[in-house]
Structures are given as C-alpha cells and as structure tokens.
Design a protein around this ligand. Structure first.
Ligand code: SF4
Length: 246
C-alpha cells in the first residue's frame, strides 16, 4: 500500500526555492517553532490533505515543460524530513521519471541514529539538492529563535558535506535575533569548513506571515521588530561572502 503524505499546500510555479521553475509541495508538521515562521499553520492544525506520491507526481508532471533543464520539484514545509517514508517513495518515483528533486529543510529532525538515518542515507540517493536553513550559529540564540538546539542541524550540514551532496545554505536575517556580526562571521567560518556549498543566501526577515499568527491566536514574539535595513542585509552578504558562491 502506498504511503500518504500530509500535504499542507502546493504551488505550481515556485522560483525562489531551488534552481529554475519548481513545483512546490509544502508538507505538514515541523519540530521547530521559529519566531519568524511564515507558515505556522503547518505546525499543529489538522488542515492538510492526504496525498499519495503518484497523485503528487501526476500533478507535478503537468508542468514539466516549464522546468527547462534545471527546474523540478521542491519539497518544503513545515519540515519535510518529518515524513521521510513518504519523501523516499515520492523521490524514488520522481527520479525514475528524470525529475530534479530538492528538499527545503531546517534539519530539525536530523539524527545519525536508528532507522531514520538509514532512510535518510537512502533518500540522499534520490535527492539532487538540499536547501539547508541555518537560522543561527550561536546555539543559545538558536534556542531562543526556534525553541531547539542547532547541534543536529549543523551535524546534518557536516554529513551532507562528507557525502558531497550539493546544498544551498540559507540564513534568515532577523534583527535582534540572527543579525549579529560575530555570529555572521562564525557562520561564515562554519560554511567554509563544508565542501558541498553551491550557494549561500541571506533571506531578510519580513512580516508577511504575521496575519497567520493572529488567525491562529498565537503570540507573535517579534512584535515591533522591523525587517533588516538594506545596510544590514548588505553587511550579511559581505560577511557570508554570498558573491563567492554565485
Ligand atoms: S523550520 Fe520553517 S516551518 Fe518550521 S517553524 Fe521554522 S520557519 Fe516555520
């Protein structure tokens, strides 16, 4: 029997999460609770649709002509790796059809232990690229920002480097949370130890998802914090040497 994925939403034409035009699938559930999250409705509500890998693939392949040489499917969330069995089935089928596959992940559920890791190792055989969010390199600040340690997230980045799996590293720049010069420099040092980084992206914090927090009745802890200035974004670009990876 095929495994069903819990799908929060689908976008047919994504262009920001991976190379080229992407068919975006947002999966339900996430182990983190980022203060800036744009999709808090993926966390705990029961609002999702159960879909099989075949259903998704059929839908995605309708857009194949738009993908060109480097487009394909990106699975995001929430945290897609929470549904690793489903991901494995979907990506096996996608690769059998020659589709470019990408995972947009916070790494929040990464572990080198047990069955999960075996599945992850297998999943990497069917994954072309991972977009890895490193939300804050300082663990104490990471815990404040996301409620969890970054230890296993950094470990995932190291593992992906060891197996030479291409990644884009992404950092959401949030004033008063993840925009400190010393942390950006430390993040840069960490990235330099990895040998699989194709791209580094700075994603300036924005407030477009705040209405969802209000709708869900959850306290928004970044109240009053404005998006970073152009100078701070430029500063982050320089400190993380974004240009070097293009
Ligand atoms: S990892 Fe992504 S989906 Fe999960 S809480 Fe953070 S921003 Fe939201």
């Amino acid at each position: 029997m095929s495994i069903k994925g819990r799908v929060h939403s689908i976008e047919s034409f994504g262009s920001a999460d991976g190379p080229g035009v992407r068919f975006m699938v947002f999966l339900h559930g996430c182990p983190l609770r980022c203060q800036f999250c744009h999709n808090p409705d993926t966390w705990g509500s029961k609002k999702y649709e159960e879909m099989s890998a075949d259903q998704i693939l059929r839908q995605a392949l309708r857009y194949k002509n738009y993908w060109g040489t480097n487009g394909g499917i990106t699975i995001s969330g929430g945290e897609p790796l929470l549904q690793i069995d489903f991901l494995l089935e979907l990506f096996k089928k996608a690769k059998a059809q020659g589709v470019n596959t990408c995972i947009d992940t916070s790494g929040g559920c990464f572990t080198r232990e047990g069955e999960w890791f075996k599945k992850f190792e297998e999943l990497m055989n069917y994954t072309d690229l991972l977009l890895v969010d490193i939300k804050e390199i300082n663990d104490e600040r990471h815990r404040v920002l996301t409620t969890k340690s970054n230890e296993n997230i950094l470990d995932m980045a190291r593992y992906l480097s060891d197996i030479n799996k291409p990644v884009w590293i992404r950092h959401v720049l949030v004033p008063e949370r993840s925009d400190y010069d010393e942390d950006l420099d430390q993040l840069n040092e960490f990235i330099k130890t990895l040998n699989n980084v194709e791209k580094v992206e700075v994603l300036p914090y924005h407030t477009l998802g705040v209405f969802k927090w209000e709708e869900l009745g959850i306290d928004y802890q970044l109240e009053g914090i404005q998006p970073p200035t152009a100078e701070r974004v430029e500063n982050a670009h320089k400190r993380l040497h974004v240009e070097d990876y293009k």
